[in-house]
Design a protein around this ligand. Structure first.
Ligand SMILES: [Zn+2]
Length: 388
């Protein structure tokens, strides 16, 4: 005996339990929240999905439900676009022994029409999988790590000696939103170390030159530029929303401002500095580790801090330190390895010696201790600028 599809659907729905999108919304905020399994095809997911839902195409549901839902008495709500495929799917998984499973009447379309929030998780396209394949294959990265990078927001302070190599590697690795702060114009004397800028960009703002070069390497990411000098009036607004700040600045006032803003906003600060043939890298304000002021509570007196234009620097040391900053940033974003928090790595390129100094959080730190003296941002007088 054969039946028409409408009859089959009506019979199926009569034999299973359905819940409305409003009931689902209520249950998701209760203690017996079900696992929501969205069985739409990958190309249907673009418009968003119910927050927290797990996705599996209908054809793989029975094969994968155990890993998605766990035990056979787990509360499960199956959803699709409109509630038809999910009703048929509920009947099928009940035959596998799942007893507490319902179909979401109206599906994701109904959820959206009811005005409930949709989530837009990062998805890897085939293009992404090909592009980032050589890092996705790393066990510490995987597809999950790559999704984290694509969903991440990193802000590089300075498009100079350090910001150039750091931002190049971060863009190439697929950090989804990359911000660049700089208010200088590219100068001929920058080109020996600032590898984002070419001869044709001399005289143009470094943020424009940086954006052009980074977009040429990776047009899939969002590059935001801030052609401004950081100070106490704009730093909090610019930093807000970023996951990691990369300090590639060349002067003490900005370095202290970055540190204090990162502490106040709770954002990790990947610090780098260079001098002659030497460089230093560390990660501040991460995992309960120290901040920059725990090590250096106050800026040095101006006479001890010559400008970088006077100090001189080898171009390639910027590449070493900037690349290390990029590595630390990527590790922070994907949660891999041991961070340089609580350690300062010093590089002496003349003797080619890498040394580590252990550092500790200062319980009396002026900014990150429990009772800080510094509770407002300070604009120190400028006394070391690359183009001074
Ligand atoms: Zn501190």
């Amino acid at each position: 005996m054969s039946v028409s599809f409408p009859d089959l659907l009506a019979q199926t729905k009569a034999g299973i339990e359905e819940i409305s999108v409003t009931e689902l919304q209520d249950r998701l905020h209760s203690s017996d929240a079900p696992v929501v399994i969205d069985i739409r095809e990958p190309d249907e997911l673009e418009g968003g999905q119910i927050p927290g839902s797990k996705t599996v195409p209908r054809g793989f549901l029975e094969m994968r439900i155990e890993s998605l839902a766990g035990s056979r008495d787990a509360a499960i709500a199956i959803t699709c676009a409109g509630g038809t495929r999910s009703a048929l799917a509920v009947e099928s998984v009940r035959r596998l022994g799942y007893t507490n499973v319902v179909s979401v009447a109206g599906g994701v379309g109904g959820w959206s029409r009811a005005g409930f929030e949709l989530e837009h998780p990062v998805r890897l396209t085939n293009h992404d999988k090909a592009r980032y394949g050589r890092q996705i294959i790393l066990p510490q990265m995987g597809e999950e790590g790559q999704k984290k990078l694509l969903g991440a927001k990193v802000l590089c302070i300075g498009a100079g000696g350090l910001g150039c190599p750091t931002s190049l590697y971060l863009a190439a690795a697929g950090v989804g939103t990359l911000g660049i702060v700089d208010n200088d114009k590219a100068d001929l004397s920058n080109l020996h170390r600032q590898i984002l800028h070419g001869e044709d960009m001399v005289g143009t703002p470094k943020v424009d030159s940086a954006k052009a070069r980074l977009s040429a390497i990776n047009s899939d990411i969002n590059i935001k530029t801030y052609e401004t000098r950081l100070d106490s009036s704009n730093v909090m607004e610019i930093f807000s929303g970023y996951d990691v700040i990369v300090d590639g600045t060349d002067n003490f006032p900005t370095r202290y401002l970055i540190n204090d803003a990162c502490v106040m906003l709770g954002i990790p600060n990947v610090h780098g500095s260079i001098f002659h043939f030497d460089g230093q890298v560390s990660v501040f304000n991460a995992d309960g580790g120290p901040c920059y002021r725990c090590l250096y509570p106050e800026p040095p007196p101006p006479e001890l801090a010559p400008s970088c234009a006077e100090a001189g620097v080898m171009g390639a040391i910027c590449g070493v330190i900037g690349s290390l900053q990029a590595l630390e940033t990527l590790k922070l974003l994907i949660g891999a390895g041991e961070k340089l928090s609580g350690r300062v790595l010093s590089v002496d390129a003349l003797t080619m010696t890498f040394r580590q100094l252990k550092t500790r959080r200062d319980p009396n730190c002026p900014v990150c201790s429990e009772h800080p003296e510094i509770t407002e941002l300070i604009d120190y007088e400028e006394f070391c600028s690359l183009n001074a």
